[in-house]
Ligand binder design. Structure first.
Ligand SMILES: Cc1cc2nc3c(=O)[nH]c(=O)nc-3n(C[C@H](O)[C@H](O)[C@H](O)COP(=O)(O)OP(=O)(O)OC[C@H]3O[C@@H](n4cnc5c(N)ncnc54)[C@H](O)[C@@H]3O)c2cc1C
Length: 409
């Protein structure tokens, strides 16, 4: 049996969620000694650091196991960390090829490939910490997910509530998912690497960058209304190394109506912002869940309205009523919200709104919630929900139903 061809590996690659990896011995960074190709100081410093080793695929915890010694004891094949020994750096026992397995399917593909080509398989646990993933099933709330990742020294982008009550699979991710960690790591949709979902045809599908990639794109921010494509059964989220974090809500109290106060709040366009926030939308809250990593993501990489990735700030203004309010008072409160909505639309007409924290009174809900992604989202919905089972208020395809969402019109 021959070593697989490039075409065989290319075929394998199409079945994997991650790129194939080609590990080299860690000490290869120190060669050639006269002009090292990598950070040899780093290698020397961390040589016995188990966490550092675990972060490098193909390496072993005890470096001595990386040396290959022929059965008759005559050949030593190794890459010594001490590059001054004037021996060649060889691959030793470090595997030449690796599969960065994130899903059962990755493992299935790798095992089938190895069987077909008669290759030896080495199973390695742990792996590259920067890309660890947490899969949460529907029903798991954020406080449970936080406990799970914190226990492993990781952070995750999730909803912020006093009790962590928001679901980690469902509306939050369906709407895009904002978080105080979003400027650092992106929105929820930027961190969701896979969904499993039951569609109206009864299939239990997996959607990621390689399988049902159109559905994966749509599920990452279908503008809210998570029930538009089916019932999501799990979401896999990328996690991040835990960092010391001090956070909390703060309130900017505008104590003056002068332009200079508004100027300090938001630079540029401050006159209009000041007019709106000081005289029209008087009780607005501003959430700093945009910019940074959110702005760096490709706005078309997920179904979410591109405006979400381009936003500077997420603004929320509401007006409530008491439980025993009269109808008159309720209508009056709704009129106030309509007024806030119109003011914010005027202030930023080309922007959008977060479906999960939105008004029902936008002039053009399709544009506001989905922007230029609407038609594509609709086409994907028709493909995966041919029975039109899943419809939510102002969600994709909802305008093909009567206002009660009972019948098609
Ligand atoms: C106290 C509080 C704090 C919040 N904080 C944040 C925050 O920090 N960041 C943020 O982005 N948002 C926040 N939100 C808004 C929150 O994201 C939305 O309310 C979201 O819709 C809640 O989703 P859920 O699944 O928990 O709730 P649900 O009400 O159960 O579901 C909301 C929608 O999702 C659908 N859905 C639920 N589960 C599934 C599923 N498995 N498959 C398909 N569809 C499903 C439902 O049909 C419904 O349309 C907060 C809300 C509250 C009440």
């Amino acid at each position: 049996m021959c070593w697989p061809s490039q075409s065989d590996f290319a075929t394998l690659q199409t079945r994997l969620s991650q790129l194939l990896i080609a590990p080299t011995p860690l000490a290869a960074a120190c060669y050639p000694p006269a002009l090292p190709t990598g950070n040899c100081t780093d290698v020397q410093h961390n040589w016995f650091n188990s966490l550092w080793r675990a972060d490098h695929p193909g390496q072993m915890q005890a470096p001595n196991w990386e040396a290959y010694i022929s059965p008759n004891g005559t050949v030593l094949d190794v890459c010594p960390m001490n590059a001054t020994l004037e021996v060649n750096c060889s691959q030793g026992n470090v595997p030449v090829l690796g599969v960065d397995a994130r899903t059962p399917k990755d493992i299935q593909a790798a095992v089938k490939f190895a069987v077909k080509h008669n290759l030896r398989v080495v199973i390695k646990n742990t792996g590259r910490t920067p890309v660890a993933v947490l899969t949460v099933g529907a029903g798991v709330q954020w406080f449970e997910a936080y406990d799970a990742v914190y226990a492993h020294g990781r952070d995750i982008v999730g909803g912020v509530t006093s009790m962590g009550s928001v679901g980690s699979v469902g509306g939050w991710i369906g709407g895009g998912g904002h978080s105080i960690l979003a400027p650092k790591y992106g929105l929820g949709v930027d961190n969701a690497v896979q969904f499993t979902i039951v569609t109206s045809t009864g299939e239990h599908l997996t959607a990621n960058a390689h399988h049902n990639s159109d559905l994966y794109w749509a599920l990452r921010g279908l503008g809210g209304g998570s029930g538009t494509y089916g019932v999501v059964t799990s979401v896999s989220y990328q996690t991040h190394p835990a960092k010391p974090l001090v956070g909390g809500p703060f309130t900017a109290v505008v104590i003056s109506t002068t332009n200079s106060t508004a100027d300090k709040l938001i630079e540029g366009n401050y006159q209009r912002v000041a007019d709106t926030s000081l005289t029209q939308v008087t009780n607005a809250s501003y959430y700093l869940v945009a910019g940074g990593a959110v702005a760096k993501a490709d706005p078309d990489s997920a179904g979410i309205n591109p405006a979400r990735h381009k936003a500077l700030v997420h603004t929320v203004a509401g007006h409530g009523w008491a439980n025993d309010a009269s109808l008159e008072n309720i209508i009056s409160a709704k009129e106030k919200v309509k007024g806030f909505t119109r003011s914010l639309e005027r202030l930023s007409p080309a922007s959008g709104a977060y479906f999960n924290e939105a008004s029902l009174y936008y002039a053009d809900p399709k544009q506001t919630f989905f922007g230029p992604h609407y038609e594509k989202l609709l086409a994907i919905k028709k493909k995966y929900d041919p029975h039109d089972l899943f419809v939510v208020t102002q969600g994709v395809g909802s305008d093909e139903c009567d206002p009660s969402l009972t019948c098609r019109v």
